[in-house]
Design a protein around this ligand. Structure first.
Ligand SMILES: C[S@@+](CC[C@H](N)C(=O)[O-])C[C@H]1O[C@@H](n2cnc3c(N)ncnc32)[C@H](O)[C@@H]1O
Length: 297
């Protein structure tokens, strides 16, 4: 993602990302509506990177407004939009106020100005029971894996699905940079140990993972972690469970570099020549194996 003039990430992928998110959140809210008992359960939505509400220069809704737009009128919910940039948090407050004249939206929406590293785990930890819902993480750079990991281990997070959107190439590059620094400075080894994507995901306490076919040279992708074995995989949009062949291929592409994959598929430098003599593969004739035999029975 290139960071635009105003510091807010935007790219040709933004539109596709938001179109996909719109469908994902609509589908998820419908499932939530079916699972939540009216008057008893509340759906929980935590947007760790809410942004300004409306994408600058594009005039399209960002994730918080897409969420509000998609909430079924029958669903009770609590939505937390976290944004650490003061100007964007201000724009978001105005966008939600303008959008949310409908009394359904207040007071269920909280706009949290500050760092999701501290705020998101606190929101989840203070929930009653195990709400159904979604934690959405759409960072500008590398995902905040440590926070996702810590949050996922909270008992309240058991039925929260984690949806993460990121450019896998940025993780690979960041890992590469750490490796280079570690090579230059042997004292950095411990701190700069590379954490591959698969390892980070496996430390998030979610039993099932669904990955999307990545797009563009930054390998933009959605990955979804859930404890629900029947979470619908949306193949038309390129989503595959990681326990399928396509899912494994996608995960490999997100984790390894082109060079690493090419090296794996290259034939060995020295061709393998079996050290077996030609004659040993031909069964010996009875005459040859029994020199005393004249060939008659
Ligand atoms: C890619 S944008 C998110 C876009 C948004 N999800 C949307 O659909 O419009 C990332 C946002 O996360 C915010 N951000 C970055 N680090 C954050 C942090 N630690 N806590 C809260 N917000 C953060 C940035 O200011 C930026 O607005």
């Amino acid at each position: 993602m290139t960071v635009g003039r105003n510091g807010y990430g935007s790219s040709e992928q933004t539109r596709e990302k938001l179109e996909c998110f719109d469908k994902l959140i609509t589908m998820h809210l419908r499932i939530g509506d079916a699972l939540c008992k009216p008057g008893k359960d509340r759906y929980l939505y935590v947007d760790m990177n809410a942004g300004p509400g409306v994408v600058p220069d594009m005039g399209i809704y960002g994730s918080p407004l897409l969420f509000l737009n998609a909430v079924p009128p029958t669903l009770s919910y609590d939505a937390f939009f976290i944004e650490n940039h003061p100007g964007r948090a201000q724009s978001l407050t105005q966008a939600v106020a303008a959008y949310g004249d409908d009394e359904r939206f207040d007071p269920h929406v909280s706009i949290c100005r500050g760092d999701h590293l501290a705020i998101a785990p606190r929101i989840v930890a203070t929930q009653r029971g195990t709400p159904v819902g979604m934690v959405y993480h759409d960072p500008n750079g590398e995902p905040s894996f440590d926070t996702l990991i810590a949050m996922s281990h909270l008992p309240q997070a058991h039925r929260l699905d984690f949806v993460i959107y990121f450019g896998a190439t940025s993780i690979k590059r960041a890992n590469g940079m750490r490796q280079v620094k570690a090579l230059a400075d042997p004292n950095m080894y411990i701190e700069s140990r590379v954490t591959p994507l698969v390892e980070s995901l496996s430390r998030i306490a979610k039993r099932h993972w669904i990955v999307q076919q990545p797009l563009g040279k930054w390998n933009w992708t959605y990955v979804i972690g859930t404890n629900w074995a029947d979470f619908p995989t949306w193949r038309k949009a390129g989503f595959h469970a990681v326990n399928t062949e396509q899912g494994q291929e996608i995960l490999d592409r997100l984790t390894s570099t082109k060079e690493e994959r090419a090296a794996r598929s290259e034939p060995p430098a020295v061709p393998y020549v079996p050290r077996v003599s030609q004659t040993s593969l031909i069964p010996p004739s009875p005459a040859a194996s029994n020199p005393s035999s004249n060939g008659h029975v």
